[in-house]
Design a protein around this ligand. Structure first.
Ligand code: PAF
Length: 291
């Protein structure tokens, strides 16, 4: 574990680089503590998480760490957008108390040899499309939960399966941090905010709202009293097929608590899609609650 002292002072926001600095700063923090783990390249979705963490807790902590272990393609990791100065400005604007922005070696020191693997809920959808991805997510979030010992941690519902994996991990490992899912923030045309949107060309950006239109078509089928899952999936696929730049990875109508694909929508269901536009892969979802 590194021991360089690089904590920078700011009247409102302190930036910590090492586990030791983080622990020391947390010892002086008022409880409850709200945590927002991020990989940086912050956008309005993150801003809403910071605002909620601040509103519901006496202290707020953000983490900025592009986690190499959750990328299953090396190029995806190296090309992931980064701009720490800009990210820190947003954290300061939002009054985040502590920002933990460690190096890779600080998170995974020499000798680190543990993988947190979540079972069934991590297997379909993103788990199938991106082998090892959720092991990386669960491992880094377990480390962050262990370090921060937050009362609550805030994640975007856009990554619905990620939220389920993290909840399962925290419950199974008896980590008392409450996992809070927050609403997806969207552009006016419906595109869910994502750090990956920056990679879209202007043509791809113009095409990408088809994702939300497809999910809305699924919901509209439900609203018309369609209860069979296949026609609901077909309604989503049909909208996506109208967009030549959209290459569909999956279209799903699954049980919202197990992610098992449904025949009929009688339990809360998660409609979700993953679509590629060129080299950029985007995901989004819509929750259907029969009650
Ligand atoms: O959603 C993200 O940004 C990441 O997966 C997370 C939760 C910060 C773990 O690296």
């Amino acid at each position: 574990m590194g021991s360089r002292s690089t904590a920078t002072s700011d009247p409102l926001t302190r930036v910590l680089r090492t586990r030791r600095e983080l622990r020391a700063a947390l010892a002086d923090s008022r409880r409850p503590v709200g945590l927002v783990p991020t990989m940086g390249w912050l956008h309005e979705g993150h801003r809403s998480l910071f605002a909620r963490a601040r509103a519901e807790n006496a202290s707020s902590v953000a983490t900025i760490f592009v986690n190499p272990r959750q990328f299953n393609e090396a190029a995806d990791y190296t090309q992931y957008p980064r701009n720490e100065a800009r990210d820190l400005t947003m954290c300061r604007d939002e009054g985040v108390d502590l920002v933990f922005a460690p190096s890779v070696d600080e998170v995974y020191p020499t000798g680190f040899d543990t993988i947190v693997h979540v079972g069934a809920v991590g297997r379909p959808l993103e788990g199938a499309a991106r082998p090892g991805h959720f092991d990386g997510v669960a491992t880094v979030v377990a480390i962050l939960f262990g370090l921060v010992k937050a009362d609550r941690a805030y994640f975007g519902q856009k990554d619905a399966q990620q939220v389920m994996v993290i909840r399962q991990m925290a419950g199974d490992l008896a980590i008392p941090t409450e996992v809070v899912a927050c609403p997806t923030i969207r552009e006016p045309d419906g595109l869910a905010l994502s750090s990956r949107n920056v990679h879209l060309s202007s043509e791809e950006r113009a095409a990408a709202p088809v994702i939300h239109r497809a999910l809305m078509a699924g919901r509209a089928a439900w609203d018309r009293a369609e209860r069979s899952a296949d026609p609901i999936r077909s309604a989503m696929r049909s909208v996506l097929s109208e967009e030549p730049l959209a290459v569909v990875d999956y279209v799903s109508a699954a049980d919202a608590s197990t992610l098992a694909e449904l025949d009929r929508l009688s339990t809360p269901a998660l409609l979700s899609v993953a679509v590629r536009f060129g080299s950029t892969r985007l995901i989004d979802n819509e929750l259907i609650d029969p009650s």
